[in-house]
Design a protein around this ligand. Sequence first.
Ligand code: SAH
Length: 258
Amino acid sequence: MKKVLITKGKKQFVEGLNKEVMLDKPKTYLVDDFGDFHCREGKILKKDMTKKDGSKVKTNTGKEFSLFTAGFIDIYKKIKRGAQIISFKDVGAIIAYTGVDKNSKVIDAGAGSGALACFLAHICKEVTTYEIREDFIEIVKKNKELLGLTNLKIKKKDVYKGITEKNIDLITLDLPEPWKVLKAAEKSLKIGGYLVSYSPTIPQAIDFINNIHENDRFVHLKSMELIKREWEIKGRKVRPITTQNVHTGFLSFCRKIS
Ligand code: SAH
């Protein structure tokens, strides 16, 4: 079982600056509870790591942390990254607009780091992710193990050459040429199933959707770019944070209709 150690962070008055500043920033660690835990703030003893959720534990230097059992997201944030992973906002939209759940069967390609595939496996019945690169497959295997997912299958296969699985509820694509998957998606998706393509650049989205327009078996529902702005809120210092990741990708949602 994995545990989370978290500090709240503290403001302190600094004479030289004549104001309160956040000297002690909030800090989070993910810990496997197999021994004493060592961090920059010192050492926490193994016996303290087994205390109940919500306990306060101290390092040998006197630094206090709150302790609780790690959830999926605590572990997910630590996954290994090879290829650029899909962002939370884009994962959220895919789940919300397709309504996938514990009964859904999903195909994902390419796997990359397996971020999207792992997230979908967390909420769906079964996910199969296709990937051509052996080095990325190794990363996905590690991430699958880290998250303890048993319903994620990793396939070393070129998805442009076909999809074997049938009666699929959702196919997610994060590929250089997603339009090359249309024929395979036709055979693999159930009627009413969703085909969602995520592309970092607009020419990819255009070519994908224009191919959908020419295909009688699919309908294009919507394409979107989601913009997220994070804000900092400290007393009356309330404003968007200075540096933001503005662009991730374009999402296109399609549905198989016949
Ligand atoms: N959505 C992933 C990232 C995908 S990156 C995540 O969230 O982690 C795109 C991946 O597609 C790369 O790893 C690349 O190797 C893979 N890929 C490219 N062409 C492919 C193909 N024809 N079949 C299967 N995988 C492919």
